[in-house]
Ligand binder design. Structure first.
Ligand code: NDP
Length: 401
């Protein structure tokens, strides 16, 4: 039915390729391109059906344009790094192809991610009659769709959202990041930020901690962080009074991170090392395990969801919508961790909905602007079933004192 070009052959790219290969009636042809051809080859060898592979520097819109012209895809799924989003969107406008990604653009030399850069592409995509879907991973992505689903079906108005991201798995390494180390560490060490009563409130990095009792996982410490979907959800969910994002970290991870920060290894500016300019965080990435290498030894589960409060017919209502994903089961199915699995499945379903014309429109869209129903109906079959728990007035919301 459609030809897909996947950009990025990392942990998430591997899952996207595997999942596209599982649906030949949707993705009749698959091309996987990345900076290192060997990594595409490694993924190709794991697949049950033939795909094409290619090499590209996705940060060059010229190279991306040539790649798109060569393979003529119907949709591009961008799962390399967020640094390349704009170059790939330029190439999509140039060649007239739709676009979908899982993380918003950030400039390599500033740890500041924001949708504003990509929202500016609304006009060029509109003019070309093309669709760009932003942030269609798990968070951002599925969590935004949980909120859109809740608004459509359970609430007249949503007042408060807590996005809760728990990884209760163990990979056996002393220190490793679950997705690209550079992007992960930039995100985790950033100033915390949440939205309340019309204002953004800033907190020192990882300084706000609470305990949340996750379904199927149990109580875990969660830390308040800024995350990109807060920006788009504040814009698109009218009536929202507060939205926060929380993530779990093990003490082992936090201790290593503190030491790395203290010695300057997480810096993103250039330093002179033996006459050569290096960026310490990029050097650290070279030393750390690749996310795609963590799966084999991983055990335990992730639980990611949204605790949503609002009103329906004049009454206060609370609901928790969530998914639980098992690391070992993900590895058995697609040779990846549950983190890569939860991030890699949604863009494939998003691309299917675009190819089928179920999600359609010209311009740039965050996923909460699209109809959540077809996504919520299918996502369980794709491997990410969801549950919702209605919490009566006095039912525990999961927060622990
Ligand atoms: P990896 O580091 O495992 O993979 C990144 C891949 O992109 C690598 O294959 C890398 O190639 C390739 N790449 C990097 N730069 C370029 C370039 N200039 N041109 C072409 N290819 C390039 O990361 P993950 O797979 O774990 O994560 C990928 C993305 O997914 C991240 O940006 C992350 O933000 C996003 N993500 C989204 C989530 C969500 O829920 N929304 C959750 C997790 C991740 P090479 O190996 O040669 O460097």
């Amino acid at each position: 039915m459609g030809r897909v070009l996947i950009v990025g052959a990392g942990g998430v790219g591997g899952v996207v390729a595997q999942k596209c290969a599982q649906f030949p009636e949707v993705f009749s042809e698959i091309v996987l391109a990345s900076r290192t051809l060997d990594k595409c080859e490694r993924i190709r060898r794991q697949l049950s059906r033939p795909i094409q592979i290619d090499q590209v520097d996705a940060g060059s819109s010229r190279e991306m344009t040539a790649l798109i012209r060569k393979h003529a895809p119907d949709v591009v799924i961008q799962v390399a790094l967020p640094y390349q989003n704009l170059a790939i969107m330029d190439a999509c406008v140039e060649t007239g192809v739709s676009y979908l990604d899982t993380a918003c653009y950030e400039p390599p030399d500033q740890a500041r991610y924001s949708h504003t850069w990509q929202w500016k592409y609304d006009e060029p995509f509109r003019k070309q009659g093309l669709m760009a879907v932003l942030g269609c991973g798990f968070d951002p992505g599925v969590t935004n769709l949980y909120i859109a689903h809740a608004l459509k079906n359970h609430f007249d108005e949503i007042h408060s959202v807590d996005i809760l991201d728990c990884n209760a798995g163990q990979h056996g390494f002393a220190f490793a990041t679950n997705f690209n180390p550079e992007i992960n560490i930039r995100e985790v060490t950033a100033v915390g930020r949440y939205y309340e009563n019309g204002q953004w409130v800033e907190t020192a990095p990882l300084s706000v901690r609470q305990t949340y009792d996750f379904p199927e996982v149990g109580p875990r410490d969660v830390y308040l962080m800024y995350h990109e979907e807060l920006e788009s959800l504040v814009k698109h969910i009218h009536g929202l009074k507060r939205i926060r994002f929380w993530m779990t970290f093990s003490q082992e991870y936090l201790t290593h991170l503190r030491v790395l920060q203290n010695v300057g290894m997480t810096r993103i500016d250039k330093v002179l090392h033996q006459g050569v300019e290096i960026v310490p965080l990029q050097f650290l990435k070279t030393l750390l395990p690749e996310p795609s290498a963590l799966g084999e030894t991983y055990s335990g589960k992730t639980c990611i969801g949204c605790l949503i409060e609002g009103v329906k017919d004049g009454r206060i209502r609370k609901v928790l919508i969530y998914n639980v994903c098992d690391h070992a089961a993900s590895y058995r199915e697609v040779k990846a961790t549950a983190v890569s699995y939860t991030a890699g499945v949604p863009p494939v379903l998003g691309a299917e909905l675009m190819l089928r014309g179920i999600w359609s429109g010209a311009g740039v869209f965050n996923v909460e602007q699209l109809d959540p129903a077809p996504f919520m109906e299918r996502v369980g079959r794709y491997g990410l079933p969801w549950k919702e728990r209605f919490l009566d007035d006095d039912a525990p919301t999961g927060w622990k004192a």
